[in-house]
Write a new protein. Structure first.
Length: 456
């Protein structure tokens, strides 16, 4: 059932899979989508691949198990949904380790993803979950397994993983994965040969984050910035992502305007005139009318602030099939409207496109293969592209940054862990300072051209 015809001598076989976890408390809580997050569990995957000559190469993948984001629940506590993801990871470890076909990583994922989804169904039943594990949650749990495989395969062929999916190594053109419209096409034409030399860093302003000193009830005093001006000066910021609540139009407007006033004052002192915002409602807008009203009132209140909004992210519910009335055609005439939680496959991307969404958020936490394939589809349909992380530290940030740096059109990078869980980045600053030490608002992504995913 899982068999794939192996046609290339360059294909590889999974030799071993091993998982481990790391737990960290957040330095400061993060609010998004109506929920507060104050901790993270990383799923680390160690993989070895074997080539046809018997040579064995190691790979590594890591990703936060973002259960609050990927498996939101009003009835199940944090530990329950996290436990479900861990149980699913255990089954994935057995499924992945048991796959012994020689294949390219894209085809390994293509074969295993349906089995992972079946495993999610089984875990949901066995644990008597109030609601089944969503596909998005399955993708997040799967992503470090796939990252480890892609990482090992790139190293096996002395390439960066983003160049290990080129025409000379894959068994199929893109039509095999995406349909006849892509016949004769390969990822070579949708992925940059070399990463962009540097990219702006998008700084997150969470819904409960202090903007100015007066917002702080008690300082952390750990040597890191705590307000928007402090972070702006510390990192030389020019890109700001603002989390909004979507339940109170006045609050949302005032929040953005407050950030804008502070950023304007701070940037003028730095003699900086060019900066931008992105806005993230995390699907909390009750309907598209709320969004349109917000955008138009924002333009009325501050034309300058409106002009600086680069895009707006996932304003309404993630289940597009059940939310067909909230089309984005009118809103997208005002600003690019990007799907994030909704993007779990090509079918969802095309439905979003049909419903008027004009952009897509790529994420390493949804899997390397899917991220690259969705990047190809979005480029073909001339959609706005951005890459966002899942408050990714360490190797997972390098994976996410590598994705952003290798996809044409992606203009900036998120790196939220430096704000909320810097303890998980410990040691990485010296290993990869260009990515983990930002002083001029730019991440030095040109370094992300090493073997594999460049993480270890």
């Amino acid at each position: 059932m899982l068999s794939l015809a192996a046609t290339r001598s360059t294909n590889a076989q999974i030799d071993s899979i091993r998982t481990e976890y790391e737990d960290y408390l957040y330095r400061t809580p993060l609010k998004f989508g109506g929920s507060i997050v104050d901790r993270v569990t990383l799923l680390n995957v160690h993989c070895t691949l074997r080539d046809r000559a018997g040579r064995v190469v190691k790979g590594f993948g890591s990703m936060p198990l973002g259960n609050v984001w990927s498996f939101p629940s009003k009835t199940m506590p944090y530990d329950k949904t996290l436990g479900a993801m861990k149980a699913l990871a255990g089954r994935m470890e057995k499924i992945t380790g048991g796959y012994k076909e020689f294949a390219h990583p894209m085809d390994i994922n293509w074969a295993l993803e349906p089995e992972y989804l079946k495993a999610a169904e089984a875990v949901s039943a066995d644990m008597h979950l109030d609601s089944p594990i969503p596909k998005l949650c399955t993708l997040v749990t799967m992503s470090p397994f796939e990252a480890a495989i892609h990482d090992a395969y790139g190293k096996m062929h002395n390439r960066n993983s983003f160049q290990a999916c080129n025409k000379d190594l894959v068994d199929h053109d893109l039509s095999h994965y995406l349909g006849s419209e892509y016949k004769g096409e390969y990822l070579d034409q949708y992925v940059l040969k070399q990463p962009k030399a540097e990219m702006p860093l998008y700084h997150l302003v969470g819904a409960v984050d202090p903007i100015i000193d007066a917002d702080i009830q008690k300082r952390i005093n750990d040597g890191l910035p705590e307000t928007v001006p402090e972070w702006t000066n510390y990192n030389g910021l020019t890109h700001f992502k603002i989390k909004l609540n979507g339940s109170d139009l006045t609050w949302d407007l005032n929040r953005v305007l407050a950030v804008h006033r502070v950023v304007t004052e701070t940037e003028k002192k730095r003699n900086v005139s060019d900066w931008v915002y992105s806005l993230d409602f995390n699907e909390k807008c009750p309907n598209v009318a709320y969004l349109i009203d917000f955008i138009r009132k924002m333009k009325e209140k501050s034309a300058d602030c409106f002009t600086r909004i680069q895009y707006i992210e996932q304003p309404t519910k993630r289940d597009l099939e059940l939310d067909r009335q909230n089309v984005m055609h009118e809103a997208a005439k005002l600003k690019p409207i990007v799907i994030d939680e909704s993007l779990t496959g090509q079918d969802r991307l095309m439905l979003a496109h049909e419903m008027g969404y004009t952009g897509a958020a790529l994420k390493a936490c949804k899997g390397q293969t899917q991220a690259l394939l969705m990047a190809a589809v979005a480029q073909k349909y001339k959609m706005f592209l951005c890459v966002q992380d899942l408050t990714c530290p360490g190797a997972s940030l390098i994976h996410s940054a590598g994705l952003a740096a290798h996809i044409p059109g992606v203009a900036a990078i998120e790196a939220n862990a430096r704000q909320y869980v810097p303890s998980a980045n410990k040691g990485w600053e010296k290993r990869c300072p260009g990515v983990f030490v930002v002083k001029d608002g730019m991440m030095k992504t040109g370094v992300l051209n090493g073997l594999g995913l460049s993480a270890v």
